[in-house]
Each structure stands twice: as structure tokens, then as C-alpha cells.
Design a protein around this ligand. Sequence first.
Ligand code: OAD
Length: 242
Amino acid sequence: MSGPVVRQWICEARHIAVLTGAGMSAESGVPTFRDAQTGLWAQFNPQDLATEDAFRAHPQRVWDWYQFRRELVRGVQPNAGHHALASVAQRHPGRLSLITQNVDDLHQRAGHADAIALHGALLQDRWLDIPRACCSVDALEDGHPPRCPVCGNLRRPAVVWFGEHLPPDALAAAEAAVQACDLMLVIGTSGVLYPAAGLVLGAHQRGVRVVIINPEPTDLDPVADVVLRERAAQCLPSLLED
Ligand code: OAD
């Protein structure tokens, strides 16, 4: 019953804001953040690896963990859910804004070039400390992580770590998208992390319809108008077809 209602809302909506989380990429074979610790990494808690303090204390350990995740992401493909969302955005320019907490590039590879990446990009690096004149990416000293051979400044993954601010441009774009929407789809996120989860609360407070797509209960279920207990890649193609 709920699926047809949501399809109707999607057809009627003037602007749709979509927030995705790790569950969006689960069917591509990327473990969700909280399931990601396998093998070698099982002994570590992501919250103890994904911080600036952890990187400064154990740069090689944290770098190698990110290299492991980078290899994993390079080896997988966008799924039918990523493609369905990108297809709506391409068929109806300006009608859908995609906000993602995911640092993989699967939305972008599916064709969603203007996805708003709240938590940065796993496959990119940046300098750990403010770069000096000597810091050049063309003259890096190899290592885990690579560093500036002159001042020792380290390269780090260009993701948002726990305790760090979100990129202001991305947050502003996400807030503007939510402000402009009259329907919000919340896909594959546990809804525990702010400010991302706050975007959904803000939409709900404005009276915007909120639809959650997630096989498990989430912290945001209480503000949802409809919860579809389904997997993203299975549910989105039929939900979003014209
Ligand atoms: P989580 O790992 O917290 O939650 C993943 C969600 O996806 C859970 O609610 C699952 O039930 C759901 N899920 C699993 N498979 C699914 C599927 N096939 N279809 C739809 N949903 C599915 O991931 P996030 O909510 O993204 O932050 O976590 C948000 C942030 O917390 C991450 O960006 C990361 C993490 O700590 C940082 O790295 C700063």
C-alpha cells in the first residue's frame, strides 16, 4: 500500500531532496560503516580510526585502513538504486537534489555529477596541516602516508573525520536543497549522525513529507510519514520510474 502512495508523492513533488547513507552502497558490496570492520581491521572501532587525533598518533595505521577501504570501493560498481536516482536527475534537471553522507564515489559514477558530498571524498587526499611553499603534490615522499620531503607535512584522506566540521559549501548546499524541497527521501542511513540527521528533522518541522527507505529501524523513523522496509537497490528503480 505504501509504495503506490510514495510513487504518487514523487510524481506530485516539485522538488525532491534525497539524503543517502551507507546502506545505499550496501548492495554494491560496500559494507555499512558499522559493519565495515572485517579481517585485519576487526579489532579496531571506526570511531577510533576516523579522527585527526588517531591519524596524528598512528598515521600509518589510519592511512592503511583508508587504503583498504579505497581498494574496496575501486572494486565495486554503482547499483540499480544509484542509477535510478541519477536517471531522475538527468531526465528532470533541477527536480532532485542528492545529498550523501557516503564518501565513496558511487553516486558520481552513476552519473550524479552534482551530488552534495557532506563527508568528503574517500578517493582524494589533502594536506594534514596548512601547506607551506615547500608542499607540492608533485614532489611527495612515498610512504604510508606520503609526506612533504622538506617539512614533513602529511597527506590525509579528504574525508570528514569525527569531530570535524562539514565542508561549509556542501552543508550550505544541502540546507538550501532541503529548504527548497516538498518531499524528502531518506535512504540507507541510521540517522544517528548530525548535522546530516538534522536536515531531516528540519524538513519534517517545515511540514515536508519524509519517506524513509531502510530494511531496519532508524532514529529518524518517528518523523517519517512513510517507512518502506526495503533495500535501496531493489526498491528505487520501480519507485522512481516515470
Ligand atoms: P550506518 O552504517 O550508520 O547505517 C547504515 C544504514 O543502512 C542502517 O540503517 C542499515 O539498516 C541501512 N541499510 C543496510 N543495507 C541497506 C540496503 N540495502 N538498503 C537500504 N538501507 C540499508 O551508516 P550511515 O547512516 O551512513 O560518518 O552513517 C552516517 C555516518 O556515520 C557515516 O557517513 C560515517 C559514519 O560514522 C563519518 O565517517 C563522519
